[in-house]
Design a protein around this ligand. Structure first.
Ligand code: PMP
Ligand code: GLN
Length: 379
């Protein structure tokens, strides 16, 4: 069989989690919480399933959930979204990203994205027949060079993919970044795919900005988020895409043939959570900031040099004082010899720079974080 994705193997997240399990290592690699979700949320999942919500949900998602999403966007970003025509519930943000890319990218189109990039973007572009153009976030601080982006736009450019708060660098777009993006998208008639799965994890009191805050940009954007991240239930695979009616209509044509609809009881349970516990979402930044601060404090005696984490539940660390191994090798060594698993940064690049950086996930209990830090401080 002629492979449609010849360069793709199993993802680094699968590889490192499998190695961590085999090695009985503390798993700070793949991004997921090691603590239980809210007990009310779990009770509502069981309740709705027992009440009979076990058949297909409507293709775009149950309306009460779309109404709650609309209310959430109004609260967070003061933008009014029509639940009937602008919101589609998906099986995780992963499905939403894939479907949005299939909806706009035609054979011969170019798509601009930024390395280090989340691993699912480029293969989805390739499957749509497009070409991903990989620009690099600039050191120090993993910043977008907007002049470089403007110079990279050609008549073939159809879509630009952004991700703020950013996995894996843990940086967050400023107002200046969003303004520059809006200007570029409007000037060249591009579409934007804004991956905002970590939208509620922005630290140190920084403003929570989104494509929703920039009306001309929002007019041309697919904005994607994930309940897996927001409610500590990555295994539920529930997310959504918000886009103007014309874009949502195209999105839904594809969504209906990828999955048709998403897990029904979870849609009801999340609806109840959003309606009855709005403090969960508004408190998420403080919740994860405390974890970041605990982890950073516990590593202060280590020879890792930490890159500031402004958002997400990830922490980058430079290990060059500890080893001159390449990062993939270093992560395997750390997992096998020291029983702590992390993700090497080079795998997020088409052309990796010569850095020695690894990514830790701090969505973990205080006990897990302190055990891991104790090991890391001895390196
Ligand atoms: N985008 C980014 C940047 C992510 O980190 C993740 C989760 N790993 C996703 C999308 C996918 O989210 P989901 O688990 O809801 O499919
Ligand atoms: N988003 C998660 C991470 O960055 C991984 C999700 C996955 O395994 N596909 O770690």
């Amino acid at each position: 069989l002629l492979s449609k994705l010849p360069a793709v193997g199993s993802s680094i997240f699968s590889q490192m989690s499998q190695l961590a399990t085999e090695q009985q290592a503390i798993n700070l690699s793949q991004g997921f919480p090691d603590f239980a979700p809210d007990s009310y949320l779990l009770a509502r999942l069981a309740y709705h399933s027992q009440q009979g919500a076990n058949q297909y949900a409507p293709m775009p998602g149950i309306l009460p959930l779309r109404q709650q999403i609309s209310d959430l966007v109004a609260r967070c970003y003061q933008r009014s979204i029509n639940p009937a025509s602008e919101i589609t519930v998906t099986s995780g943000a992963t499905e939403a990203l894939f479907v949005a890319i299939q909806a706009v990218v035609q054979p011969g189109d170019d798509v601009i994205l930024f390395d280090p990039a989340y691993d699912s973007y480029a293969p989805a572009v390739q499957l749509a027949g497009g070409t991903s153009i990989h620009l690099s976030l600039q050191a120090p601080g993993f910043k977008v060079d907007w002049q470089q982006v403007a110079a990279a736009v050609t008549p073939r450019t159809k879509l630009i993919i952004v991700n703020s708060p950013h996995n894996p660098s843990a940086t967050v777009f400023s107002d200046t970044d969003w303004q520059a993006l809006q200007q570029l998208v409007c000037q060249h008639g591009l579409y934007c795919l804004s991956d905002e799965v970590y939208e509620h994890m922005v630290f140190d009191g920084a403003p929570r900005l989104s494509a929703h805050c920039y009306p001309a940009l929002a007019e041309r954007s697919f904005v994607v988020s994930s309940f897996g991240k927001t409610f500590h239930v990555t295994g539920w695979k529930l997310g959504y895409c918000i886009a103007p009616p014309v874009l949502s209509a195209e999105f839904r044509k594809i969504h209906q043939y990828v999955t048709f609809s998403s897990f029904t009881p979870a849609q009801y349970a999340i609806t109840d959570m959003l309606a009855n516990y709005p403090a969960h979402v508004s408190g998420l930044a403080a919740f994860y900031q405390q974890k970041r601060d605990q982890f950073v404090q516990a590593l202060s005696g280590s020879r890792l040099r930490l890159v500031p984490s402004a958002g997400t539940y990830f922490q980058l660390a430079d290990y060059s004082l500890i080893s001159d191994m390449a990062d993939v090798e270093f992560c395997r060594w750390l997992t096998i010899e020291h029983k702590v698993a992390a993700i090497p940064l080079s795998v997020f690049y088409r052309q990796p720079p010569a850095a020695r950086l690894i990514r830790f996930c701090f969505a973990k209990t205080p006990a897990t974080l302190s055990q891991a830090a104790e090991v890391l401080c001895q390196l």
